[in-house]
Design a protein around this ligand. Structure first.
Ligand SMILES: C[S@@+](CC[C@H](N)C(=O)[O-])C[C@H]1O[C@@H](n2cnc3c(N)ncnc32)[C@H](O)[C@@H]1O
Length: 258
């Protein structure tokens, strides 16, 4: 055999993908987006409940806390990319005390439908790869737990950079596998076996169970933090930091150069 094996996170057409094709769920990279859209549309009504299970009830509190820790302050314009049912947008609204300064965006109609039940902020249907906003509009952009679903990290980060004002800040939240073998083993048992079953039993929904199975498989196959940091850099962000809480909650923070 000649030549080096291709990095599974770099496609032949030059995209940086968050994980290789997962044949268990869909056949090719092109099938990924329709699969993910249907997944979230179908499980939207159960999302907040299963999220509470997965985070042992701390998810809402953590989201608001991390926004504050990362510098979200009154007076800022905030974009919640991949808002889902709106948990991050809710936290931001409580901090900014002005629903007009928060916008939520998500491709899933089902998730946005759920978000509308509790949020009064503008909600827009769209993807991070093609943000329907003017350049230089936001002071702070957060994308929570959606990096594993984007088609190309480079395109996604460059769009985030574009819509931020100079000096604006991006915060990407993700789950990262713990480094220690013991942590990995515990995490695997909980997220691969226990959580999908508990989800099925408590919601009675096979679609919610599928969401949790896919959740685990995307985490287990997710691109390494080093690659995420390098794509943030090559996309034009500066002062890039990566914090990990409790061994698994990753926070990537970066600034658009002034
Ligand atoms: C796990 S949920 C996270 C929701 C919310 N950010 C939270 O913290 O609970 C992932 C969300 O990403 C959305 N999503 C999937 N692909 C996306 C894309 N290409 N651009 C923006 N959002 C996307 C899904 O529709 C879903 O609502």
């Amino acid at each position: 055999m000649s030549g080096e094996a291709r990095d599974p996170y770099d496609t032949a057409d030059g995209r940086a993908v968050p994980h290789p094709v997962l044949k268990k769920y869909y056949e090719s990279e092109n099938d990924r987006r329709p699969f993910v859209s249907a997944l979230f549309d179908n499980a939207a009504e159960h999302y907040d409940f299963v999220c509470g299970l997965g985070s042992l009830g701390s998810g809402r509190y953590y989201r608001r806390w991390v926004l504050l820790q990362s510098g979200l302050r009154v007076g800022m314009k905030f974009l919640d990319v991949a808002t889902g049912t709106g948990m991050i947008a809710q936290g931001a609204t409580r901090i900014l005390r002005e629903p007009g300064s928060v916008v939520g965006l998500d491709p899933s109609g089902g998730m946005l439908q759920q978000a509308k039940r509790t949020l009064t902020v503008p909600l827009v249907q769209g993807t991070v790869e093609e943000l329907p906003f003017a350049s230089g509009h936001f002071d702070f952009l957060c994308m929570g737990y959606a990096l594993r679903h984007v088609a190309d990290l480079g395109v996604a980060f460059r769009e985030c950079l574009r819509v931020l004002k100079p000096g604006g800040r991006v915060l990407v939240l993700e789950i990262t596998l713990p480094r220690s073998p013991l942590g990995q083993r515990f995490f695997r048992v909980y997220f691969e076996s226990i959580l999908p079953r508990v989800t099925r039993i408590s919601t009675g929904s096979a679609k919610a169970e599928l969401l949790m199975k896919y959740y685990w498989d995307t985490i287990a196959n997710c691109v390494a933090p080093e690659k995420i940091l390098s794509v943030l850099k090559s996309s034009g962000f500066a002062r890039i930091e990566h914090r990990v809480r409790g061994g698994l909650l990753s926070e990537y923070i970066a600034l658009k150069p002034a």
